[in-house]
Design a protein around this ligand. Structure first.
Ligand code: ADP
Ligand code: MG
Length: 296
């Protein structure tokens, strides 16, 4: 039954082989570069729900931009270390990581690692130590702005920095919101999508009012869209009615290749550049990069 489901989804999601090759060339080919933003854009990918596509969106958009000539850094701020895994970065407990930056005051540059197979893409890994940081941060000075200060001090030469948040609204996510100017919210096209979103919006508003006046929601991405269900279409419609222009035109379909890529330590951009998933994430990267003008 699962096989049949997969075949059906492959048929509907993925183009036939010749088209697939053409897609791969479009995704990987030297193509046009994406425009560089006039100054570094720091984008926090947040949603306190787990499994909505935060990590998948952060790493794939980052990889797509890097493949198109931009300098990109992913900061993994989730103790699970899923972004590190998806980028093929070793993140066992003794690796210097974002924990050392937040708690020990280490420089971001000291823990930054190159991503294999994607030039211009670097990652600040997260290890399981980070699970304790949520508590350890409480007693530190300027606990909400440790990441912001690290970013200001590091002067990382990057066009884009994506911060991948854990599925909670604790101090790690607050640090990410204080460090960024933009929030990207992935919304999964399923029944409970909008539930709990109000809480995230209120938190963003609180951070904006008290800690980071420059913060704004810049981008909403609809993820795991299933074209076969009326429900996906309904959720997408509701989200567009509410967030209007913030919602990207590109919708990320449910796609088997996207979910397979992390187990190979890769993004879908290099794992299967001919897939529908890779093409959609390239389109998301383009939409974000082209919004540069209105973002500044
Ligand atoms: P989050 O970071 O919000 O917890 P993830 O990005 O880890 O969510 O995604 C949750 C799970 O869904 C992962 O196993 C991921 O591989 C899978 N997934 C994400 N996006 C897609 C997609 N478009 N199609 C199929 N599977 C997906
Ligand atoms: Mg995640």
């Amino acid at each position: 039954m699962r096989d049949i489901d997969e075949m059906v989804s492959r048929e509907t999601d993925d183009p036939p082989i010749a088209k697939e090759a053409a897609t791969a060339i479009r995704v990987l080919g030297s193509g046009e570069s994406l425009p560089k933003p006039p100054r570094r854009r720091v984008i926090t990918v947040a949603n306190q729900k787990g499994g909505v596509g935060k990590t998948t969106t952060a790493v794939n958009v980052a990889a797509a931009m890097a493949l198109r000539g931009l300098d990109v850094v992913v900061i993994d701020l989730d103790p699970q270390g899923n972004a590190s895994t998806a980028l093929g970065i070793d993140h066992h407990a003794s690796i210097p990581s974002v924990y050392d930056v937040l708690i020990e005051g280490k420089g971001l540059g000291e823990v930054l690692l190159p991503v294999d197979g994607v030039p211009n893409l670097r990652c600040v890994p997260a290890t399981i130590d980070l699970a304790g940081a949520e508590i350890e941060l409480v007693s530190l000075v300027a606990r909400e702005s440790r990441l912001r200060r690290a970013l200001a001090e590091a002067e990382l030469a990057a066009d884009y920095i994506f911060i991948d948040c854990p599925p909670s609204l604790g101090l790690l996510t607050i640090n990410a919101l204080v460090a960024a100017e933009e929030v990207l919210i992935p919304i999964q096209c399923e029944y409970y999508a909008l539930e709990g979103l109000g809480q995230l919006l209120r938190n963003i508003e609180l951070v904006r009012a008290h800690l980071n006046p420059a913060l704004r929601i810049s981008t909403i991405v609809l993820t795991m869209y299933d074209a076969r269900t009326r429900l996906s279409a309904q959720v997408a419609e509701d989200v567009r009615a509410h967030f209007r222009d913030l919602v990207l035109q590109t919708v990320i379909p449910r796609n088997v290749r996207i979910s397979e890529a992390p187990s190979f330590g890769q993004t879908v951009m290099t794992y299967d550049p001919g897939s529908a998933g890779a093409l959609c994430y390239l389109n998301v990267a383009q939409e974000i990069a082209r919004a540069t003008a209105s973002a500044t």
